[in-house]
Structures are given as C-alpha cells and as structure tokens.
Design a protein around this ligand. Structure first.
Ligand code: HEM
Length: 571
C-alpha cells in the first residue's frame, strides 16, 4: 500500500519540478519569434552553443559570429533554446534603457544573490524595489570617497629589495584582490579587513567571502540544469560551507549596522560632530535614520526593521553590504590587473604615463607647500587625529588625478579592452513581447540585399529595422565584444591605444555606454531611463583605479614574464 503511494508522490514531484517546467520551456522555445533567425550552427542538442561560449574571451568567438551573421543573431542554449545576441548600439540602447521591462533573468539573479547574501541587494532587486533602493543609495554613492592610499606600493618595493639584477615576480591579481578588499571594506562600511597585512584566514569576514566567491562555478551540466529547474539549486556544491559563510556575514553585518546606528544616534542626541565615518554604510544609515521613526540608541536593531518609501529595511541594508563587496571588489581588482598587464605589454605607454603621474606628484599636497603640510601633519598626529589633513591631501590628489588627461585615456582604454564584466543578460518581460529597434537589419552581411543596404542610409530620416522578441526570450549583451567591435571602433579595435580617446569614431560614440563609448559599466547616455541599471559604483571605481595606478606606476616599472600564458577565464 505504501509503495504505490510513494511512487505516486514521486511521480507528482517529478511532474511538478521537472516535467511541467520542461514542457513549458519547450513550448515557449518553439513559439519564439527568434527560432528562425540566422546564427551559428548548434553543436549540441542538449547544451547548444554554451560550451564553446564558455571560452569565448580567448577564442574571439563573438567577433567571428558577428562577421558571419551580422551584429544581431541567435545562438542556442539549453535544448536548443534560441537566445538573441546583439552588438547593435540602437538595440542595446533600447533594451538597457527599458530596464524594468528587460530585467535580469531569474537564474542570473539567483546566482548573484548567492554571492550577495540574499535577494534584497541592489544587484538583484527589480521593479519598484530597485527604483526605491537606487533613489536612496544614489546620494550616498555621490558622497563616497576613498579612505586612504594603499600601502601596496611599499609592500611591492620591499619585495623588490635584494632583486637589483633580476626583478621579482609578482602575482598581481592576488595582491590587488587583497588591496581592493581592504579599500571596499573601509570605504563601504568602515571595516578593516587588513588583508594586505595579514592572511585572509585571520579575518572571519574575509574567509566567509573567500568561501562564497570560491563557489563561482566552472562550466558543468548541472549548472545548466539548475538554470531551468530551480529545485536543483538547493543541491549546489559546498552548500554547508556556504550556509556557514552567509551566517558569518549576517552576524558581522548586523553588528556593523548596530554600531553605526548607535554612533549616529548618540551624536545626534549630543549634538556633537559626527564620529561615525563617511563610509557608504554610515551615509546610508544616516539617510535611513533621518527618514524613519525616531528610536533610542540603546535598542539594537532587529533584522526585520521595516522599509518605508525613503528608507530600507535592515535586511535590505544587510544585503547591500555584501552587494558592495560582491560588485566592487573583484571587478576593481581585475580591472587593475588588466591595466598593469596592458601597460607591461606597451612600455612606451607606461613611460608616458609615468611622466604624467610624476608631474602630478610635483607639489602634491593640501596646500602645495610641503613644509606647511608636514607641520600640519605633525600637529595632527600629536593631537591623535589622523584624518583631517590627510583627508584634504587625498582629496587634493583625487582632484589632480581627475584632471590628468593621459591617465584618463589609459584607464578608459584598459577598461574598454579588458572589461572585468564581460557580458550580461536580460529577459524580455514586456507583455506580448516587443520589437527591438536596430540600426542594421538582421542577416549575414553577404546576403543583405542592396536595397536593404541602401535603405540603411534612411535611418536618419526615420526608417528603422527591428527584431521581434516574445515575452520570456533571453537577450545576451556581450559587453566585451561591443567594446572591441571593429565595426564600431575601427580596424585597430583589438589594440591598446590610449590616444584613440582624443577623438572616437562615430560608431563608438553611438554605443550607449556610461564610460564614453564602452559598455564596461553598462549604459548611461541619452534617453529616459538610461543608466538606471548601470554600475552605481563607477565613479568610485574609476578614482580607485587612478589612485592605485598613481601609487604603483609612478615609482615602479612593470614587465610581463614572457613565459606566462595569460587567458581570461569565466569562472
Ligand atoms: C572596474 C570596476 C567595476 C566594473 C567594471 C563594474 C561593472 C558593473 C556592471 C557591468 C554592472 C551591471 C551589471 C548588470 O546589470 O548585469 C554593475 C552594477 C553594479 N555595480 Fe559595478 N562595477 C565596478 C565597480 C563597482 C564598485 C566599486 C561598486 C561598489 C562600491 C559597484 C557596485 C555596483 C552595484 C551595486 C551594481 C548594481 C546596480 C544596479 O543594478 O542598479 N561596482 N557594475
């Protein structure tokens, strides 16, 4: 009696969790308007083009596909599901500007949420919740500043001691990852990871993050199945360690929130100047407290403080802490590593940059008067206040660096050529589907009729092409491929040439990027809604990169180890 009941239950579970979602997926894929669009052959019925796409950064796959099928084409995902891929600036501007009708697909959000300790952080929320969070976080980000210069230069110089004839080998990425973790900890929430001065195992929060990031998955069939059958996401590898790491993050996060809250409330009740920092969390907590009901500093926060139209719940604030680390740590470390790589491969650029940085260094100081500056520093040190004078100096340096044109070109060029986030995805959620406008019709360049090419000239006079997508269709945004597209940037698009930023070609200027003509931080210019889903930390990242380059390149020379094979790996 028990056996038939169990079998029926098993069948029911199978149907609910696997057969019904699979049938729905197949039905949707079969009726998608994308199914007959041109695109590369599908090498596997089960995983489509996904295996070859996994190594795309090293194989130039998307550039080859573009040359063959044009800027807008279809590749295949799980069981042959068609996915739209486009480098057409008009299509990209449309999809990115309508961010709430083209959200991140559920499986992308889920995977980001596992890094950001929950679904309530800015990276993963959608719709009204995102709009509200962005409104609250925007002002805090605009006031964010770097807390201090990195000591990495001195650590590397020390390593170089005793290597007068043979320069030391440095694993730049691992050092820069530690240095940027320190920076985001301090600027993000006034937390000292001290990862440059001690191994990450000494700090439990750093260890927790290491566990979370180490679960970034290699290409495996189970990962693809987890996309379409959410029940399987419960059986991820390393689950127990992940749960433990998330618990640590929650505990330390709640402590930090309580600490900031007490500092801010105590100060406002004593009407004293703020002792609480100018880190992102303090700024966020200040705005949160100003906009929520008054409470006493002695009552600690519960994780369930409710949100209002102008403030965030404690759970949301907690998720932002891990979101800032997830979004701002490895991205910046990777950007810096690629900057050094590009400079090591282009010694003439490195020399020119060093000269520009040294000219900034001359006279660097809060007042420009070294004697006066040193005196002021000593006075402050005696008074035990490290920050005042140093802060003014650092702001002065930041302003000088912002004014250095060649540094700006170098950073833009490195971020164009080596975008840390190489691609992203969106899904059409507009009821009834959408017509995405294009500047070039769909189809391989060789088969486009002369009439179509002639009609292309009429784009300016209002004539447009478009591609139809259904609700649920996935759109791939190949950030790196757009940044390197020869059609948009010219034949030398693959070269590291900072001077190109003196005047970009019209194609590059048509890309709806936040950073000039690149999609590195996603979209920004132009129409209504543009940039509302772009990187909120981009200004901070840029100044952080510039300050790092200033401290490192001004006094040190970088070479590539010729024996080293460097590849991009999507983990
Ligand atoms: C070079 C460094 C960085 C790069 C290349 C970068 C790139 C990006 C990109 C491409 C997105 C959009 C992702 C998508 O929608 O699929 C994004 C979003 C985001 N970034 Fe950054 N980022 C960098 C640094 C930072 C830093 C330093 C922070 C925080 C301190 C940060 C915080 C965020 C947040 C919170 C979002 C989500 C924004 C939203 O959805 O409204 N990023 N970033």
């Amino acid at each position: 009696m028990l056996l038939p009941v169990l079998s029926a239950a098993a069948l029911l579970l199978l149907a609910v969790f696997f057969i019904v979602p699979l049938a729905r997926l197949l039905l949707r894929q079969r009726s998608s308007p994308l199914r007959n669009l041109p695109g590369p052959p599908c090498p596997s019925f089960f995983i489509g083009n996904l295996a070859e796409m996994h190594d795309q950064e090293n194989t130039n796959l998307i550039a080859t596909w573009q040359d063959t099928y044009g800027p807008t084409f279809v590749y295949r995902g799980f069981i042959g599901g068609p996915r739209l891929m486009t480098t057409d600036p008009v299509a990209l501007a449309h999809v990115l500007a309508h961010a709430y009708q083209y959200p991140k697909p559920d499986f992308v959000r889920d995977s980001l949420a596992s890094m950001a300790a929950g679904h309530d952080g800015l990276l993963t929320v959608e719709g009204d919740q995102h709009r509200r969070q962005r409104r609250i976080l925007g002002p805090a980000f605009s006031k964010l500043h770097l807390a201090s210069l990195t000591p990495l230069r001195d650590i590397w110089l020390k390593q170089a001691d005793g290597h007068q004839h043979t320069p030391p080998r440095i694993d730049a990425l691992s050092w820069l990852a530690r240095a940027t973790l320190d920076v985001i900890g301090e600027a993000g929430f006034g937390y000292h990871f001290n990862s440059l001065s001690s191994p990450s195992t000494d700090n439990e929060l750093a260890t927790a993050f290491a566990v979370i990031f180490s679960t970034a998955r290699k290409f495996r069939v189970i990962t693809i199945l987890q996309v379409w059958f959410p029940i399987l996401r419960r059986f991820r590898r390393n689950n127990a360690a992940m749960i433990q790491a998330h618990a640590t993050m929650d505990r330390i996060g709640i402590d930090l929130i309580n600490q900031k809250r007490t500092e801010i409330l105590t100060e406002s009740s004593h009407k004293t100047t703020s002792r609480a920092g100018r880190d992102l969390l303090s700024l966020l907590m200040r705005s949160n407290l100003a906009n929520s009901a008054p409470s006493s500093p002695s009552s600690p926060l519960s994780p369930y403080t409710a949100q209002t139209q102008t403030s965030m719940s404690t759970r949301e604030v907690l998720c932002q802490i891990s979101t800032f680390i997830a979004a701002g740590h490895e991205t910046t470390a990777s950007a810096l590593t690629w900057c050094l790589y590009a400079l090591a491969r282009a010694p003439h650029v490195q020399t020119k940059l060093r000269a520009a940085l040294r000219s900034i260094a001359l006279g660097y100081g809060a007042t420009g008067d070294r004697a006066h500056d040193q005196e002021a520093e000593m006075e402050e040190e005696k008074a035990g206040q490290k920050s005042g004078h140093q802060q003014a100096q650092e702001q002065d340096l930041a302003a000088r660096l912002q004014g250095c044109e060649y540094l700006d070109w170098v950073v833009r060029e490195a971020l164009r050529l080596h975008s840390p986030v190489t691609s992203t995805m969106r899904v059409c959620m507009r009821p009834g589907g959408d017509d995405i406008p294009l500047s070039v019709p769909v189809g391989p360049p060789s088969t486009r009729s002369e009439a179509a090419e002639a009609a292309r000239e009429k784009v300016g006079s209002g004539e447009r092409w478009s591609v139809r997508v259904a609700e649920g269709d996935i759109i791939s945004i190949p950030i790196q491929a757009v940044n390197r597209c020869r059609r948009l940037w010219g034949e030398d698009a693959g070269e590291f040439r900072p001077e190109r930023w003196a005047g970009l070609p019209a194609g590059a200027r048509s890309i709806p990027g936040l950073l000039g003509g690149t999609l590195t931080f996603l979209n920004g210019n132009g129409s209504v809604g543009a940039g509302n889903r772009a990187c909120i930390g981009w200004r901070f990242a840029l100044i952080e990169i510039k300050i790092f380059l200033y401290t490192l390149v001004k006094d040190m020379e970088f070479w590539m180890d010729e024996d080293m094979v460097i590849e991009k790996r999507i983990k």
